[in-house]
Design a protein around this ligand. Structure first.
Ligand SMILES: [Zn+2]
Length: 300
């Protein structure tokens, strides 16, 4: 079996520094960010993993992204009328509703893109993602996720594909029996690890010192712990990407905004950075001659 443990503190705080989420939405967002890190830990190339939840619940859209080197960003769009700022918890089914969860993996340097989509499972985000692993990756996987205002944490346990399969050669009844016993033991161990995750309380997951948490949770297992890697918040927005968005709107649409407001400002949904394009910028964008730029320079 392989496992991953993620706990975010400062990265989780800076990720939502400019956003004011109701506590229930914040919890789901934190769980999704942790899940994106757990999933990205399996990336075998430079790129980015995107977890996207889209449903008809109070949260209409949630996007959490993590790169191969663990830079995270995330955003949630929610219906303010359906989720109160005072409610600390809300059933997952009411938050997410019915819809889909898509996991997309994109490589930086080559045109490799993979997407797996599963229906939202009304029980929890963790349960939905367990279906994703079962369907898309065909790897039995268990997850535990938790988040609060100060932190977000999660554990993933995965049954590895069998190494090598049965020893050939002898093909004796003894070898087959030994192999079958080994399989049974592996499944029992996996089930025990899953049960341990089920009994793991959110506050423990969020606060107990990591090594102690792992040893207490998976007590009785031969546990090997590896060095930790840092996860940080970093947005990947840049002027080129915003330019592409404006180009896709078309010159007419952008020009009309410029005429009304003097400039087009596109605010990044992830980090809330405002990208401002004035008449000169947009003229450049659409490759227009400078003479087409309105003569007035009093545009602000
Ligand atoms: Zn940004």
């Amino acid at each position: 079996m392989r496992g991953e443990f993620v706990r975010l503190g400062p990265a989780w705080l800076s990720l939502r520094e400019h956003a004011d989420y109701p506590p229930a939405v914040r919890t789901l967002l934190g769980e999704a960010v942790v899940a994106s890190v757990l999933l990205a830990s399996t990336l075998k190339f430079e790129g980015e993993l995107t977890l996207q939840l889209q449903g008809n619940g109070a949260v209409r859209l949630l996007v959490a992204q993590c790169t191969h080197d663990f830079k995270v960003r995330a955003v949630a769009r929610f219906d303010a009328a359906r989720v109160s700022m005072d409610e600390t918890t809300m059933p997952f089914a009411a938050l997410a509703g019915e819809g889909t969860i898509a996991v997309t993996v994109e490589a930086d340097k080559r045109a490799a893109r993979y997407q797996g989509v599963v229906p939202i499972d009304g029980v929890s985000l963790a349960a939905s993602l367990e279906h994703y692993f079962a369907n898309s990756e065909q790897l039995p996987t268990r997850l535990a996720l938790a988040a609060d205002a100060a932190g977000a944490a999660g554990v993933l346990v995965q049954r590895m594909p069998q190494a090598g399969g049965a020893q050939s050669g002898g093909a004796s009844a003894d070898a087959a029996a030994a192999e079958s016993a080994r399989e049974t033991l592996a499944w029992d161990t996996y089930a025990a690890a899953g049960a341990a995750l089920d009994s793991l309380a959110a506050d423990e997951l969020l606060a107990r010192p990591s090594e102690e948490l792992m040893r207490r949770t998976f007590t009785g297992l031969d546990l090997r712990l590896f060095a930790a890697q840092a996860v940080e918040f970093r947005c990947r927005c840049d002027r080129d990407r915003v330019s592409a968005v404006l180009r896709s709107l078309g010159a007419a649409e952008v020009d009309s905004i410029i005429r009304e407001q003097g400039a087009v400002t596109v605010t990044c949904e992830f980090c809330h950075k405002p990208w401002r394009f004035d008449a000169v910028d947009t003229a450049e964008l659409f490759g227009e001659a400078a003479s087409h730029v309105p003569a007035s320079s009093a545009l602000n």
